[in-house]
Design a protein around this ligand. Structure first.
Ligand SMILES: Cc1cc2nc3c(=O)[nH]c(=O)nc-3n(C[C@H](O)[C@H](O)[C@H](O)COP(=O)(O)OP(=O)(O)OC[C@H]3O[C@@H](n4cnc5c(N)ncnc54)[C@H](O)[C@@H]3O)c2cc1C
Length: 488
């Protein structure tokens, strides 16, 4: 057990891939860490990740080719410097995970097995336990974290507000039970916001609490209008509504069919294109789902998908799987530099899905997000440790109103209706009066971006506006109108 008399160096919020890896990086440097996690391990998005993590590991691949695919998927909005970091450092982080004891799948010759996913020109997705990648990685990392003498884990505790020291630097936080935690820096790793939408692949805790905490502390948020809708989430199976069928299944040959049995889209096109093609077929037909045919796919490659569907009463080796899009991944979040630093709030860092480095642009390339957790989780931990010691303990001023409340059922339904796969000004304007603060901020960003690009499709502005190439939608502190910024 850590000595309570010794102050932690880092306070990390969130025990998904990004938070756990930031903790492990910090203790490797000899630091002490306190980790706060609101929900159980099995309720992180990281635990649910299926396909794997993307890194240029194959002989015919390179960081430059990975970069090309990332830029292409992001539709003119990727911050090139962030994508360069991800593609260059991904392979080293993968090897470090192996060194930490994560066993990735090998082919029958004992070579690393790499999956192919939409938008990737090479096989570069490392997976573990078939499609149980997240579970394998998280179990291993959390076991190492739990046993580490310099990491204190506070499970079932929620960060309620960030706290500053005498010098105004962010030097800790207040938990929902009133406990105050202090350190040189705070690393937010609270995950995404896709559960703000009613139909989602995400665990219920992914409603964007990190961005709301950071915004309340004076940080800027960016690109909130870009939310990726996964094309193939299960429809109508009891207990499995929204269960995600990995893109990798299509990479291995599964096909999509409309009610008449016809194919209607290139199944390996980027996610936004496939999701919108399904959305249009469903809008025209009025059906709740299209059908995924994975009867020709090797079931041994996706044991948890096959197992979950069979448990719900559907045998995907003999029957077609009803699927439709669901909200899946938030490209936007807390604005950070390439070390996870939130400019304007010294001492505050954000990593993983709650951050916006600009890496994903308007559309995340599949499997870049787990890699992002490791690459930027490490960078933020190292930069956080280099912060000066706080001038004083953090001031514990509990907020008068909850800063990051969970969304109501009504808010989630309204987000699906008005900020879904296709939006327009009239629908988005209705969200401006929503009681949930993040719903209002998403609506403001989506209204400001009067074009269609990547995951953001405006039916009233169906074309991409070249004047907005490379320009991120930034919402500063408060709720004023967002501005557009170019990032180096
Ligand atoms: C079904 C599914 C499949 C996916 N498959 C892949 C894939 O194959 N490859 C890929 O690259 N990506 C995939 N993704 C996306 C990827 O899993 C996520 O982007 C990534 O895991 C996010 O990790 P994270 O550490 O940022 O957040 P998470 O793993 O979501 O962890 C967030 C943590 O923060 C905690 N938390 C939140 N708010 C608070 C608070 N206020 N106080 C305290 N704790 C808090 C939560 O309890 C949790 O511990 C998938 C996502 C889903 C949902």
């Amino acid at each position: 057990m850590p000595d309570p008399a010794q102050r932690p160096d880092l306070v990390v919020v969130g025990a998904g891939a990004a938070g756990l890896y930031a903790c492990l990086t910090a203790v490797q440097e000899g630091a002490r860490v306190v980790l706060v996690s609101a929900r159980p391990l099995a309720e992180t998005a990281s635990y649910w990740a299926q396909g794997g993590l993307a890194a240029a590991l194959a002989g015919d691949d390179s960081p430059a080719l990975h970069l090309e695919d990332t830029l292409e998927a992001g539709r003119g909005l990727v911050r090139r410097s962030a994508a360069e970091v991800l593609c260059a450092e991904g392979p080293a982080r993968f090897r470090h995970l192996e060194a930490l004891g994560v066993r990735f799948d090998a082919d029958r010759h004992g070579n690393l097995a790499l999956g192919l996913e939409g938008g990737h020109a090479r096989r570069r997705v490392a997976h573990a336990g078939g499609s149980a990648t997240g579970r394998r990685i998280l179990r291993q990392l959390s076991a190492v974290v739990a046993e580490h003498p310099r990491i204190e884990v506070l499970e079932g505790r929620r960060a309620a507000a960030l706290a500053t020291a005498d010098d105004g630097r962010c030097a800790g936080l207040i938990c929902d039970d009133g406990r105050v935690l202090g350190g040189r820096a705070v690393v937010l790793a609270t995950g995404g916001a896709a559960a703000l939408w009613s139909r989602t692949t995400n665990p219920p805790g992914s409603f964007g609490s990190g961005p709301l905490l950071a915004h309340a502390a004076g940080a800027a948020l960016a690109d909130l209008e870009f939310v990726q809708f996964h094309p193939t989430a299960v429809v109508g199976l009891r207990g499995r509504e929204g269960f995600l069928i990995s893109e990798a299944v299509r990479g291995e040959g599964a096909t999509l069919h409309d009610a008449a049995g016809g194919r209607f889209v290139d199944e390996l096109a980027p996610r936004d294109a496939v999701a919108r093609a399904i959305f249009r077929v469903l809008s025209e037909s009025g059906e709740p789902a299209v059908h995924l045919d994975m009867r020709g796919v090797d079931p041994g490659r996706f044991p948890n998908v096959v197992g979950a569907l069979r448990e719900a009463g559907l045998d995907p080796l003999r029957e077609l799987v009803p699927v439709a899009p669901a909200s899946h991944y938030a490209m936007g979040g807390v604005v950070t530099d390439l070390d996870g630093r939130a400019p304007g709030v010294p001492g505050l860092y954000a990593v993983g899905e709650c951050a916006c480095t600009g890496l994903h642009g308007a559309n995340r390339l599949a499997s870049n997000s787990l890699s992002e957790c490791f690459v930027f989780g490490r960078r933020a931990a190292l930069a956080g440790l280099a912060e000066p010691a706080p001038a004083s303990p953090p001031h514990a001023q509990p907020p008068a109103e909850p800063v990051a409340p969970p969304p109501s059922r009504e808010t989630r339904a309204a987000m699906w209706r008005h900020a879904g796969l296709e939006r327009d000004a009239a629908g988005l304007a209705r969200l401006l009066g929503d009681p949930h603060p993040l719903a209002r901020l998403v609506a403001r960003s989506a209204l400001a971006r009067e074009e269609s690009r990547g995951a953001h499709a405006r039916s009233d502005h169906p074309r991409l506006d070249p004047a907005l190439d490379g320009r991120h939608t930034v919402t500063g502190p408060g709720e004023g109108a967002p501005r557009f910024e170019r990032w180096e």
